[in-house]
Design a protein around this ligand. Structure first.
Ligand code: NAD
Ligand code: WQD
Length: 338
């Protein structure tokens, strides 16, 4: 019996593959390496002493999926594969809808043909759009997404919801991640963005290591305690554990579930800078500029449903996230392929 992990060479995928292997699961990865290096999985094997089966292919490739389902006794699919840059999605909407929406539909169709009925999908807090209020619970309004990436996640959730009505024997869990950050504590696995990072923590890390000169803080006039944007940063190892919990509880309750994975605590951009400075024992050079288009003031979770339904909660704090992010950055200044 094996678990198929799509996008398993990527940031969250590789940490989850490690957690799955550590608890003795057999893992099969499909990844087209469009935003990852196979080196991540080589390191996962070094850290765990176990190897996932790896198929370098696209989830849009039906034949590759058919072969995988025929070759391995797959019981569950954890579906990370997709494109994730907000700015790129505005420039290339078709690529985002094709990879994220059509890709998921192809995967689901091939799962059905192969008789595999358990799916965990990487959704995002982005489905809540501009929050009416925080914290965001699963009962909060979704929609009003401001870019094709966010809309693609919302569309996939709707497709999966509709599909689960038609196919009630399926078990589908959408995990709505808040802001993943940090790295494996070994410093061997972490986030390796292509080019200049869009996200805050990789950006700060690259300023700390001297690759980038200065962090631009997008806005200090939000209605938040210090005026900068507030987010719910969650350690990637906690996120990985959340997937294991979702697997364990896949048969509980309804055919379709959507569950937040966050810490329930919000931190501002300035809080992050301070925490990173402490972890790295260095000053982060920053300057404040205007707001970034599409950004919301605050986005943090009510994480009680995950506690109730999955018996899961985040256990790592901001200090550990920044420590591990820095440990990864300083040990791998050029990422995996340097
Ligand atoms: P990532 O880019 O590091 O990982 C995605 C992986 O999927 C990469 O290894 C990439 O090569 C692969 N991939 C992309 N398209 C593919 C395709 N068509 N076929 C096969 N492989 C493909 O991203 P991540 O941060 O690990 O995110 C994983 C998932 O979680 C994504 O679906 C993302 O949208 C979602 N998510 C991420 C965040 C975040 O901030 N990192 C937040 C919420 C949700
Ligand atoms: C965090 C905070 C910025 C960079 C995005 C996606 C979301 C999800 C996670 C996938 C905000 C500020 C950032 C910088 C800054 N991804 N910031 N300077 O925007 O909350 O979420 O990633 O699903 O869909 O939208 O994350 O890390 O980009 O920003 O001041 O150089 O840091 O304004 O307040 P965000 P982020």
């Amino acid at each position: 019996m094996a678990i198929l992990v799509t996008g398993g060479a990527g940031y969250i995928g590789s940490h989850t593959v490690l957690a799955l292997l550590e608890r003795g699961e057999d893992v099969v990865v499909i990844d087209n390496l469009s935003n990852a290096s196979q080196e991540s999985l080589i390191r996962v094997a070094e850290l765990t002493g176990k190897e996932p089966a790896i198929c370098v292919a696209d989830i849009l490739d039906r034949n590759a999926l058919k072969t995988l389902f025929a070759q391995h006794n797959i019981t569950d699919v954890i579906h990370f594969a997709g494109l994730k840059s907000v700015s790129e999605s505005i420039a290339k909407p078709l690529a985002y809808y094709e990879n994220n929406v059509v890709g998921t539909m192809v995967l689901l169709d091939e799962m059905q043909r192969a008789g595999v009925h358990s799916l965990i999908f990487s959704s995002s807090a982005t489905v809540y759009g501009n929050p009416e209020s925080v914290p965001l619970s699963e009962a909060s309004r979704t929609g009003g997404t401001t870019n094709p990436y966010g809309t693609s996640k919302l569309m996939v959730e709707q497709i999966l919801r509709d599909f689960s009505v038609a196919e009630p024997h399926f078990r589908i869990t959408c995990l709505r991640y808040f802001n993943p950050a940090g790295a494996h504590p070994s410093g061997r696995l972490g986030e390796d963005p292509n080019g200049i990072p869009n996200n805050l923590v990789p950006y700060i890390s690259q300023v700390a290591i001297g690759k980038l000169a200065c962090l631009t803080v997008f806005g200090d006039d939000y209605p938040t305690p210090d005026g900068t944007g507030v987010r719910d940063y969650i350690h990637v190892m906690d996120l990985a554990q959340g997937h294991l919990a979702a697997l364990d509880h896949r048969n509980d309750g309804e055919a379709f579930k959507a569950i937040n994975l966050g810490t329930g605590v919000g931190y501002s951009v300035l809080d992050l800078i301070k925490a990173f400075e402490k972890a790295a024992q260095t000053k982060i050079n920053y300057r404040i500029v205007g707001r970034r288009s599409g950004d919301v003031a605050e986005c943090w979770s009510d994480s009680s449903l995950a506690r109730q339904q999955l018996g899961w909660q985040a256990t790592r704090n901001l200090e550990e996230m920044m420590r591990d992010a820095w440990n990864w950055q300083k040990n791998n200044p050029g990422g995996y392929n340097a």
